[in-house]
Design a protein around this ligand. Sequence first.
Ligand code: ATP
Length: 514
Amino acid sequence: MAQQDDVFKKIVSHAKEYGFVFPSSEIYDGLSAVYDYGQNGVELKNNIKRYWWDAMTLLHDNIVGIDSAIFMHPTIWKASGHVDAFNDPLIDNRDSKKRYRADVLIEDHLAKLDDKIAKEVAKAAKRFGDAFDEAQFRATNTRVLEHQAHRDAVHERFAEAMNANDLDGLRQIIIDEEIVCPISGTKNWTEVRQFNLMFKTEMGSTADGSMTVYLRPETAQGIFVNYLNVQKTGRMRIPFGIAQIGKAFRNEIVARQFIFRMREFEQMEMQFFVRPGEELKWFSQWKEWRLKWHKALGLGDDKYRYHDHDKLAHYANAATDIEFLMPFGFKEVEGIHSRTNFDLSQHQKFSGKKIEYFDPELNEHYTPYVIETSIGVDRMFLSVLCSSYEEEQLPGGDTRTVLHLPAALAPVKCAVLPLVRKDGLPEKARAIVDDLKFDFATHYEEKDAIGKRYRRQDAIGTPFCITVDHQTLEDNTVTLRERDSMEQTRVSVDDLHKLIHDRVSLASLLRKLR
Ligand code: ATP
């Protein structure tokens, strides 16, 4: 774990050193859990957003996008349940004065119990070698069975307490399981209290009478309140979806782990409206499609898993998370929820406007059911960054730090490098840039030795370096160096466009989703 922490620290400092992510307001010592994206970060982030947007709106002819305002009528948040129930259970440790989410403390504890079991299994696997039968071992080994029974019992109590909003019950689990504060190491806990995560502000001058508005904690409600507008003006027929990318704000109790949990972040959400009764079929379909979208990036199929919810929100009849293996364990990156017709019904009730759909095939009116897919741009960014980062040992004892970013997401697709800064090589290199830049994010770099320039491009994940040398002036060929293999091939300048395009285009990534 200590080693993983080290790696994570290195990734965070790499992100800063190479212009991906900076702490916000850094010259004023930063602002807790708020970050800025730098010159490379913004490109990577935009590419992630484009991949999601195109996968939704280009590949599905029944999904369209919108961009709703961050400020919305405050009654929307009453209707959605956020004013009354968008709470997290918080608990303080009296000795360290640190604040925690009670549910997260228990989830971390459950993960430790799982680790214990995994360790027993790994030890036995080593001892028995090829003859090891894991299923049989798990079903018969007394220590594993004891650990498993304990883990399941805690898990059941946890699920019950969360479902019943039983704050004392949550605290009792923390006490009974002797969970200690990671900072002070003590069990000196306060009571558990609810904390509302929405940021409030005032709209309008006080002379006119101002009203309290909220910074939206999710983008989804902007979609629900525009359901009728889009359905009517787009003449959409059920099933259809509305996608949106935008900022969301949550006053998180504990904001740690870099851009994993921020107070200002970005979401990519899609609400898919379906016939009542067909929602669970669509829920499974979207679970499958979304995992495929993640896996197409090639970050490693074994880094994903589904986590079905123990606590279903009162309006949901199915919910799962797609979790990704971060350096600090499997963590939620995306949520897929079957939200029934709760949101549209609530807005119908609170606004007094009829929000229904006339289904010409069934010849009936109904309030559509909704499947939501909701993914955090920043968490996605973090998973891409963490799984791409490598300190690679090279033959000869040298090392290089490289980001094996999926080529379609890389901030810079190719760098054009004149071998020396004379003899007409810079001019030739610039001419190549001037041709490629219309289709690919292309960098020109002439400073430092060529090896150093390659390393700088490796560190920001540039898939291709193109080196212009004296031979280029004679036969119009260049050296094309590939980031991951470091292989260099001599190719004609005339072939560059096609060679690069085949590897870096978003279209080739999207084709994998067919
Ligand atoms: P968590 O349990 O981690 O607080 P959540 O279940 O409340 O997350 P959702 O409300 O389902 O999250 O939001 C959908 C997605 O938005 C999450 O899967 C995550 O990727 C992203 N997200 C939520 N909160 C944050 C945050 N504070 N910072 C960054 N991304 C976030």
